[in-house]
Structures are given as C-alpha cells and as structure tokens.
Design a protein around this ligand. Sequence first.
Ligand code: GLY
Length: 393
Amino acid sequence: MPHGMTRREFVRASAAAGLAAAVPGSLAGAAASGAERRVRGVAPLPGAPAVHVRGPARPVVIASENGGRFRNGGPQTCVEKAFSMIVEGRDVLDAVIAGVNIVELDPEDTSVGYGGLPNADGVVQLDASCMHGPKKRAGGVAALEGVRTPSLVARAVMDHTDHHLLVGKDAQAFARRMGFTIEDDLNTERSRRLWLEWKRRIDPEHWLDPEKRAEVGFRVGQQMIREGLLDESHYWGTIHCSGINAKGEICAVTTTSGLAWKIPGRVGDSPILGAGIYVDNAVGSAGSTGRGEANLYNLTSFLIVELMRRGMHPKDAALEGLKRIRANTVEKRLLNARGLPNFNIRFYVLNARGEYAGATLYAPRNDRFAVCTENGLEFVPLEPLLDGQPTDD
Ligand code: GLY
C-alpha cells in the first residue's frame, strides 16, 4: 500500500485503476445500463429483455450482513478483505474465501465456523461450498466436525478431487489428509452456554416423543430469539459471499454451522449446489442464508440464476425465488397465524454486469446486507417480499 494512504483510500484507488484499465470508459460508469447481449443458445421468455453476458464489469463483493460486521480482531470485514484482494488482481474465489475465513474464525459470530451454534447433542457440525465461475468447478463439505474453516476444506475438495461433496467423518478424514488441523471441539464458552440453555428448556423431563420434541425445540429457539439471547439470523446461521472482478469473473462461497441445535447429521442448503449457492459465470450468482429446508425444496439459487438468464434484474429474480418458496410452503407447522411462512430466508444476488440485490421473505428491524465497491463498505437494505414478521400471530 502506498505510504500515506489509508487502506480504504488504497482500495478505492486500486479499484478505480482496475476499472479504468479493464472497462471501456463509457461502460465503467454505466455498468448498470450497459449494452445487453443474448446468451448463446438460450431463448428469452416472450417479452423478456435479452440477456446480459460476461464482459467488463464493475468489481463488487456482496455478502450477508455478517460479512460487513465481524473482523475477528483484524482491520477488515469479509467484504472489504475480498474486495481488496480482487482489485489487487487475485483470484475471485481466493478472495471471497479469505473474506469468509474472517467470519468463520471469529467466535463472536455464532452462526459460522468456530463458535457456531452446535447440534442437538452439543457438537458443532459445519457445512460449506464454493463455486468458481470461470473454471466451472465446485466443492463442498457437510456435517464436518473439528475444522474451523470448512470453506477451505470445500475449496480443497474442488481443487484436489473429482467430487463435489464430502460428508461427515470422511470429510474430516479428507481434511486431516490435506493437512488441516482437526480440533476436538469447536464450541466456545458462549455457544456451549446457549446450547445448555436450550437443552435445559426443551428437555426438563427427557422428551421421548420426537415430534413433540421437534416442535418444542423450534418453539424454544423462537422464544430465545424474542428474549434477545439469540440473533434471529444466527438461528439458521450462515454467511454467503460472492464477488466479481473487472473481467467479469464471478465466484461465490457459503459457509455455516447450520440450523442451531439441529438433529445430528442434518445438512442444510449451504453445501448444496443450486440451493445455498449457484454461479453461472455468463449470468451471475445467488446464495442464501435462512431456513435451508425451504431453499432445498425449491433449489432457489439455481432458479434465481435461471431467471436472470432470462433477463430479470437480480432484485426481481430474488423476489421471484422467494415467491416460489412462499407458494410451496403449505404445511401447517410452517405457517403463522396469517397463513404465511413462519421462518425467514434471504438471497444475495449478483449478475455478470456487477449489478446486485438482496431480498428477504421478511425484513425484521433494519435487515440489510453488506456490499464493498470502490466506495468502501456499505450496508444496503434487503428487499422484503412480505410485511410483518415470521412469527406474527
Ligand atoms: N441456511 C443454513 C441452513 O439452513 O443450514
């Protein structure tokens, strides 16, 4: 970094230089309105605008809100770290993974990595996946124990195997063979204390009926959110981060400790391609945080990218994905008194021009997501599909 420049000034200057070098002047300032071209072989829907394709883009990194909040004691958040690496010319996947590593390692985020809320037996089990747009490669791990940075193990699956997903004990054995440190327990004092509180509330008499137990487990979790013991976004956990460089290369990563106090072995949407993450370098990317089961049923990230392929803006595509989730949520136990979903889920969406959006089923308080551009870190409100709250009576 040049002497006398703050990091933010350096990042801005580097980004501006990167844009100037890589983007024709007329396009650099007009990434959002640049010419649209048709993707080969894909017919647009009747009446839909033609689809944008890869090309010069405005570099940007987006993430769930925790990507702009946690620093693990260092100077940068996830999105700032990833953005500074992108404008230095580093590989976009390296950049977004280095970003989420900050949050995975930060014990203050109880939804991701070290200190993530454990499963019903008090064991931290982590899921993660990554996708490299230009290389068209991906990797994932699920129900992984003992490694603080599951996103790096997902990356190793992508780089060193022919497979997309390794799970459980064998994912851990793979990580050990790849040189990762395996720890006995990823709980922190805080995550263990919260688990014990949950256990005390749901299990005073050792529930035997699994249905009753699941219902009580959910109710107690919601109660702990209302009492302020738990951040709502940490109950389902997760960070998603995606980025694009000036060449239009898009990569993404999603990493999580999953649903708090889940049944051991439960795997959510985060490591599943098309659900917790999806990248098509010609079109864009989508990723999610929130109730994984709702996302898995609809493969919503894939749906959102396909809607963008057919011409939709990231915001409209994300809202359409949420509408699909709402329409497919019909079980009574998943509905509130208004007949609407009693959970939340959010999507973070980027297209190949560097346009982005975040959308949420509900927007509790000031619900927002993190963005880093040449202007530095900012928080942008998430677009809600529904008013009110998931637990409205
Ligand atoms: N979206 C995180 C999970 O459901 O596991």
